[in-house]
Design a binder for this molecule. Structure first.
Ligand code: ASP
Length: 302
């Protein structure tokens, strides 16, 4: 069976926990061992990003290289996409060229539904429309696991443009699997209707002192028309600033998938606050993606 990595929901709890544990293992290697560096020797991955990316693209590439694999970076702007080539034909081309896996990002919510049965090598979802961003989900789980150990019962406030966030999409899938509680906060127009009993709406300032973690989200303006609030008003109502951080529990942490807009959803001083794990999440992105690439190549026990 082809090991596509499309959604966290395709894993059992046990298998997802095993991926978190493997990513944690990679995070504990102070220096890269020869053994790790040969795990995916001679494999070639293609990074195919139809949407901009900094963290996800670079960390997939670094993860592949840390495991000894090579990476081809496909850039739609300089490719036959400009001559009308479709997504399917582009991926089929890469498959024919002999890559071993495709790390794929696209703005279309349903693009993977059309591709999953037609591409005969692992497709790794690096962000699909507004639905899911499962590799981000894994790195978020790793960050929470490093901080708190057991994920069960963790309470997480997710504040901002949740409706258009695939990061929140994957977190909510994982929350249901692990028994975490998710509290959605932010402008009503940007909050989805909860689809799971573990997800509830909440008032940001009320839930802040209660939760283990606060995940702040950017307003994803490329995915909708925006709000009737300017940046300053938004920050006053929903931004995480020092005054709000002071009301968080002493052991609670701050998460943000990036890119962040300083002064809008997070104040400047919060980004590198002692409670912030934002840069830790970025580092963890490499370890989570190492675990994903290894899983996709089915190399764990060989
Ligand atoms: N980097 C994340 C994503 O690709 C979050 C964001 O863009 O706001 O969805």
């Amino acid at each position: 069976m082809i090991r596509h990595f499309l959604s966290l929901s395709s894993f059992s709890n046990r298998d997802l926990q095993a991926l978190v544990d493997r990513a944690h293992f990679f995070s504990l290697q102070p220096q890269q061992t020869d053994q790790i560096h040969h795990l995916l020797a001679r494999k070639i991955f293609a990074n195919v990003f139809y949407e901009p990316s900094t963290r996800t693209r670079c960390s997939f590439e670094i993860a592949a290289k840390r495991l000894g694999a090579d990476v081809v970076n496909f850039v739609p702007e300089n490719s036959s996409v400009k001559k009308g080539e479709t997504v399917y034909d582009t991926l089929k081309t890469l498959e024919s060229l002999g890559v071993d896996g495709i790390v794929f990002r696209h703005s279309d919510d349903h693009v993977l539904d059309h591709l999953r049965d037609r591409i005969q090598l692992p497709l790794l979802n690096a962000g699909a429309g507004k639905n899911e961003h499962p590799s981000q989900g894994l790195l978020d789980l790793l960050t929470l696991h490093q901080e708190f150990g057991d994920l069960k019962g963790l309470k997480i406030a997710v504040c901002g443009d949740v409706k258009h966030s695939r990061v929140a999409g994957s977190l909510m899938v994982a929350a249901e699997m692990f028994g975490m509680e998710i509290y959605l906060c932010g402008p009503a127009a940007l909050l989805p209707v909860p689809k799971s009993p573990v997800v509830k709406h909440a008032v940001f300032d009320d839930i802040l002192p209660v939760v283990d973690a606060v995940m702040m989200l950017r307003i994803q303006l490329e995915r909708h028309q925006g709000l009737d609030l300017d940046a300053r008003a938004y920050h006053t109502q929903f931004g995480l600033n020092a005054a709000r951080v002071a009301r968080m529990r002493s052991d609670a942490i701050i998460l943000h998938p990036g890119p962040f807009n300083r002064g809008v959803e997070v104040s400047d001083d919060v980004v590198e606050h002692p409670k912030s794990r934002i840069f830790k999440q970025m580092s963890n992105g490499v370890f989570a993606r190492m675990a994903i690439l290894e899983w996709a190549m089915d190399r764990r026990s060989k």
